[in-house]
Design a protein around this ligand. Sequence first.
Ligand code: SAH
Length: 222
Amino acid sequence: MSKNIKEMIADIEGEVLLTRGFIGKDQLSAKVMAAMATVPRDKFVPPELQALAFSNGPLMIGHGQTISQPYIVALMTDLLELTKESTVLEIGTGSGYQTAVLSLLAKKVYSVELISALAEAAKERLQNLNFTNIETHIGNGYEGWLEHAPYDAIIVTAAAAYIPPALTEQLKSGGKMVIPVGLPNMYQELLLITKDQQNTITTRSILGVAFVPLVQQAPMDA
Ligand code: SAH
């Protein structure tokens, strides 16, 4: 039987407890969990995978890409400690699901996607669902999005081989970035990077993760 959104929330809470030793907490912020309970994940999942829309796992969204696992979406969002004043940069729009979750907790979300077909579909989906504080852009996330920088928070939803210098530069003093770093199809580490008021960078490793790669190339039509 397919799961509903309440069961998805319970599964996320269960995985948070299981991983408490890594993430250093027993529960994620109530605001983040409320956003997870609000965004209709089924609207971001292809028709043939509807039965799995509220399962706590990643799903294929076409073009070799995935919508991330709900637990990971919730955890990464929680690590950013967003407020209604936050301006967020997301790299890897994909389905737009993570974008929607962020948009409920922040002032504005700027999201960059490399594959134009995914970017366009996500833009239309987010508009149809009435998310109004999101701007999307087709581009290479390694370069960030300079026009709207600096950002209070940056989230990268694909695994980078290294921390892209442009992203660290585009992070505000006092800002936070979450990014999976490591080799494709190998062990990657989810890193939390903070930039303090003196612009000193601190990196904390949170958890082992598996993401699709952050591709090193110019935007493509697919
Ligand atoms: N947050 C998305 C995850 C999508 S998977 C979701 O939950 O649906 C990661 C996405 O990163 C893919 O859509 C992929 O095309 C995109 N991507 C990969 N390399 C990129 C790059 N260099 N710049 C921007 N986006 C990139």
